[in-house]
Write a protein that binds this ligand. Structure first.
Ligand code: NAD
Length: 351
């Protein structure tokens, strides 16, 4: 099991001879730690996993990053490539292995492993391929890090978040799907680009399923905290119902467009997941639309234990609460339809 490349692996002994401990202290060794280090594991070192790992690395969110993948050579290549940036980055221990033991004592485990969505394939088509894989990964990860937060990214993300919840035995507050955090960023980008303002000043949520039936909450669009839909409509004839549905479809279609053009998506999901990791690990209590156990919200039936995206407050303990949104009846009905479809899919899994 390769975990890292070191000079001791090349035959050099352990002492550096350069540093001597001051009197009465321990020698400088990699294992001398006095504070709790933050460990993030990324399962799946593909395009998405590596974009997430590198964004977390550059944002200085973890003291240790563990990578796990089934493809030994690709994993070693990716690990070395990241390690070779050490001189330009904060000091982070990067380890990797094909065995889940490498993830031991993680604070956050991000699961991206999976069959990739190919051009023309819906996210729900991926379901059966990825559930089999999760049956191998999730119990092993949960056993190695029983206190961790689980962040699911593989698609179809809402169903796989449910699968991870069931297979891990973790409380629902510690199992989170990346959900529509990325869709909402795409939505905010389109509005910001139109208004020529910073997307961080646009509040606009996509909720529900990460995928074709996601719901754009147009009534909640605000710019710099000011409700914007009325003014957009007053000033632009084009902001009618059909145009808003056009924006929603553009958001939904943008993942397919990127996949069609470059074969996969990676950079935006990397930043999206790093923003979630920041809120979780640094207890930032920011509100993100993420996939949560949605039973009981917006009329989703009590018997339907589904995960879908709602705006949730994230902190060190995971999901701290879900915002009660004011939805129109049409928006709530769409959410319930998505919940019903997702529930029917979950029922096929026999978990
Ligand atoms: N939720 C989102 O917003 C979002 C966005 C983009 C992509 N995704 C999803 O992320 C997933 C990964 O996409 P990608 O482009 O990185 O795919 P990829 O094919 O590049 O990477 C998948 C990796 O998983 C690994 N893997 C397969 N089986 C494994 C196992 N049993 N244990 C460990 N690793 C294993 C593969 O070796 C591969 O390296 C896909 O399901 C994709 O649809 C989700």
């Amino acid at each position: 099991m390769h975990t890292t490349v070191s000079l001791s692996e090349l035959g050099f002994d352990g002492s550096s001879g350069i540093f001597r401990p001051v009197a009465d202290s321990c020698p400088l060794t990699p294992t001398t730690t006095h504070r709790r280090l933050t460990k993030v594991s990324v399962i799946g070192a593909g395009n998405v996993g590596m974009a997430i790992a590198q964004t977390i690395l550059t944002q200085n969110l973890a003291d240790e990053i563990a990578l796990l993948d089934a493809n030994r050579d690709k994993l070693r290549g990716e690990t070395l490539d990241l390690q070779h940036a050490a001189a330009f980055l904060p000091r982070v221990r990067i380890v990797s292995a094909t065995d889940a033991a490498i993830t031991k004592n993680s604070d956050l485990v991000v699961i991206t492993a999976g069959a990739r969505q190919v051009s023309g394939e819906t996210r729900l088509d991926l379901l059966h391929r990825n559930v089999a894989l999760y049956r191998k990964i999730v119990p092993a990860v949960a056993e190695n890090s029983p206190e961790a937060l689980l962040l699911v990214v593989s698609n179809p993300v809402d169903v796989l978040t449910y699968v991870a919840w069931r297979l891990s035995g973790f409380p629902a507050s510690r199992v989170i799907g990346s959900g529509t955090n990325l869709d909402s960023s795409r939505f905010r980008f389109l509005i910001a680009d139109h208004l020529q303002v910073n997307a961080q000043d646009i509040q606009a949520y996509m909720v529900g399923e990460h995928g074709d039936s996601s719901v754009a909450i147009c009534s909640s669009i605000s710019v710099g905290g000011m409700p914007a839909l009325k003014s957009l409509r007053d000033n632009h004839q084009s902001f009618d119902e059909a145009a808003l549905e056009g924006i929603r479809l553009a958001v939904v279609g943008s993942a397919y467009e990127v996949i069609g053009l470059k074969g996969y998506t990676s950079w935006a999901i990397g930043y999206s997941v790093a923003s979630l990791a920041t809120s979780l690990l640094r207890d930032q209590r920011r509100v993100h639309p993420v996939s949560v156990l949605a039973v009981g919200f917006h009329g989703i039936s009590d018997g339907h234990e589904v995960f879908l995206s709602l705006p949730a407050c994230l902190g060190r303990d995971g999901i701290l609460g879900v915002a009660e949104m004011d939805l129109t009846e049409a928006e709530a009905a769409q959410l319930r339809r998505s919940a019903k479809t997702l529930w029917e899919n979950c029922q096929l899994l026999g978990l």
